[in-house]
Design a protein around this ligand. Sequence first.
Ligand code: NAP
Length: 349
Amino acid sequence: MTGPLPTHRRAWRRTDDYTPGTAKVKLVTEPLPLPLAPTQVLIKVHAVALNYRDANIANGGNPWPVTPNGVLGNDAAGEIIAVGDKVKGLQIGDRVAPIIDTEFVTGREPGRSWLAADEDGVLADHLVFEDKLIAKLPDHLDWINSSILPCAGTTAWSALKGLSIGQSVLIQGTGGVAMFALKLAQASGLKIFLSSSSDAKIKKIQEQFPSAPIYGVNYRESPNWHDDVLKLTNGVGVDLVLENGGAGSLVQSVRCTRRGGVVSQVGYLGKQDPSNLKELIPSIIDRRVNVRGINAGSRLDLEDLSAAVSATKLDFNDIIDKVYDFEQAEEALQFLWEGRQVGKLVMKI
Ligand SMILES: NC(=O)c1ccc[n+]([C@@H]2O[C@H](COP(=O)([O-])OP(=O)(O)OC[C@H]3O[C@@H](n4cnc5c(N)ncnc54)[C@H](OP(=O)(O)O)[C@@H]3O)[C@@H](O)[C@H]2O)c1
């Protein structure tokens, strides 16, 4: 960057007022923590993607504790405009994203510290991060596309890990993680089953992604939707379920996974009532299913995803539902909270 560095930034901080109808975020101007420490970088943010968790946190529903009045958002893409004098492997001008769990760099760390919950998030025009928490982004993607990689992208990547061409996956819902997973699944030659609350959404997606069949299941109209999946797989079940519902759907997900298959537990979008889990243990045992927790991914996972996206030249324009201006955070959060999106909402800065 030429010229003086910024001294302040604009950031959206939570109000922590969970009363319906009140503002959930407030735009603040605050000093940047400068000068940079030797291993820190300063990033000018160009786009921030929103995730269900942002709306959930802003409305007081996060299943993990959050710091008071924190900055929202965990999915940012931007450009490095200054580096500390001991930064390695990164330079001014690099297109980068911070990882979303700052204690998940290599995958070996025992802790957890998620942006926007345990520490400030990224819905701001400038960010300061340690170099080890930064991954480079694919060169061919614009900022809007790039911003969905760290959270939705890395989560989908981790959830599908281990599947190979010709195997089958049930993807639940048509939200951000689900649609990213659908793109990766098509690029990887997987047989795709998609469950949704809406036939119209399933039809739209089938028309939008015609290169291979997508088998739809409506989990709202068909309470025994796992039987529908079993029927569509000749009674065998899918190799992997990308589980988005949580307690309300996990048992059914296990029941429509093939014996010895995998359920990747990603989300908790349904009603989290433990009484729905009564049959969980016998179902897991019966089907010899591996239920694995997905915690987005490490920096290495994000780098692997970026490499895959670069190699395939995938872009994500077709799963970006809406782009908002930075000033429209409140409006974007409400849209997300009402679950009106198909795919991703992104704020450009
Ligand atoms: N573990 C992790 O690392 C990680 C990372 C990112 C996100 N997450 C979690 O993963 C979930 C999805 O996140 P997202 O950002 O993709 O959310 P999102 O974009 O808000 O997705 C919402 C969509 O999911 C579908 N859905 C709603 N309730 C459902 C249910 N009970 N069962 C199945 N699908 C349901 C709906 O699609 P239809 O109307 O088509 O059904 C809805 O439009 C959230 O719980 C989020 O907190 C976890």
